[in-house]
Design a protein around this ligand. Structure first.
Ligand code: GTP
Ligand code: MG
Length: 194
C-alpha cells in the first residue's frame, strides 16, 4: 500500500462524536500496551502519527485517522490495565460495543495479541463480541522480536488453541523489525475490498 496521506481526524467517546460514516474503516483492538498504536504507525510509515507509550492505558478514546482520503483507521482504547481509573474501566465495554454495533462503515478489526502472553479473559470476551457482531477479524500476534524463533512457534500454538482458532489464522508481526507488515496490509486490503 502506498501511503500518500495519513491524517488524524478526531477522538471520540460515543457515536455522535464519530466522524461521518462515509469511508470504509479498519479498527485496531487489543489490551493496553499490546502495541496497537505502534502497529498503526508501522503500517503507515509514520513514526509519530499515533502516540505510543510505555505507560499502558494512554489511549482512552477512539482515535480516527484518514488514510489516502480513501479509508480510515481507528485506534481503539486498550483494556486490561489495572491502574486506570474505575470510571474509565467501566466505560470501556459499552464504548467498544457501541462502536462495533453502530459503525456501518466498519469493514474489519485487527485484533492484536502479545506473543509473550496467553490471551486473557478480556481478550476472549472481545473476540466473542466480534463474532457476535459478525465483524471480520484479522488476528495478529505482535512483538515477535521479543522471542527466539523456537519459542515463537510454541507460543502461537498456545495462543491459537486458547482462542479456539487455527495457527494459520494468525499473522506474526513486529513493529520493531516490520515483520508481517505486508501480510497485515494484504489482509486489510482484502477486508476493505480495495
Ligand atoms: P495503549 O494505547 O496504552 O492501549 O497501548 P498500545 O496498544 O497502543 O501500545 P503502544 O503502541 O503504545 O506500545 C506499547 C509499548 O510497546 C511501547 O513501549 C512500544 O514501543 C512497545 N512495542 C510496540 N510494538 C512493539 C514490537 O513489535 N516490538 C517491541 N519490541 N516493542 C513494541
Ligand atoms: Mg495506543
Amino acid at each position: 500500500m502506498q501511503i500518500s496521506s495519513a491524517v488524524f481526524l478526531k477522538s471520540a467517546l460515543k457515536p455522535v462524536q464519530y466522524p461521518e460514516a462515509d469511508r470504509p474503516e479498519i479498527a485496531f483492538a487489543g489490551r493496553s500496551n499490546v502495541g496497537k498504536s505502534s502497529m498503526i504507525n508501522c503500517l503507515l510509515n509514520r513514526r509519530g502519527l499515533v502516540r505510543t507509550s510505555s505507560t499502558p492505558g494512554r489511549t482512552q478514546m477512539l482515535n480516527f485517522f484518514d488514510i489516502n482520503e480513501r479509508f480510515r483507521f481507528v485506534d481503539l482504547p486498550g483494556y486490561g490495565f489495572a491502574r486506570v481509573p474505575m470510571a474509565v474501566k467501566k466505560s470501556w465495554g459499552p464504548m467498544i460495543r457501541a462502536y462495533l454495533e453502530s459503525r456501518s462503515t466498519l469493514r474489519g478489526v485487527v485484533f492484536i495479541l502479545d506473543i509473550r502472553r496467553i490471551p486473557s479473559e478480556e481478550d476472549l470476551r472481545l473476540l466473542d463480541w466480534l463474532e457476535e457482531y459478525g465483524c471480520p477479524t484479522i488476528m495478529a500476534v505482535t512483538k515477535a522480536d521479543k522471542l527466539a524463533r523456537s519459542r515463537r512457534d510454541r507460543q502461537i500454538e498456545t495462543i491459537a488453541s486458547t482462542c479456539g482458532l487455527p495457527v494459520d489464522a494468525f499473522t506474526l508481526f513486529s513493529a520493531t523489525t516490520r515483520q508481517g507488515k505486508d501480510e497485515i496490509w494484504e489482509r486489510i486490503e482484502t477486508a476493505l475490498e480495495l
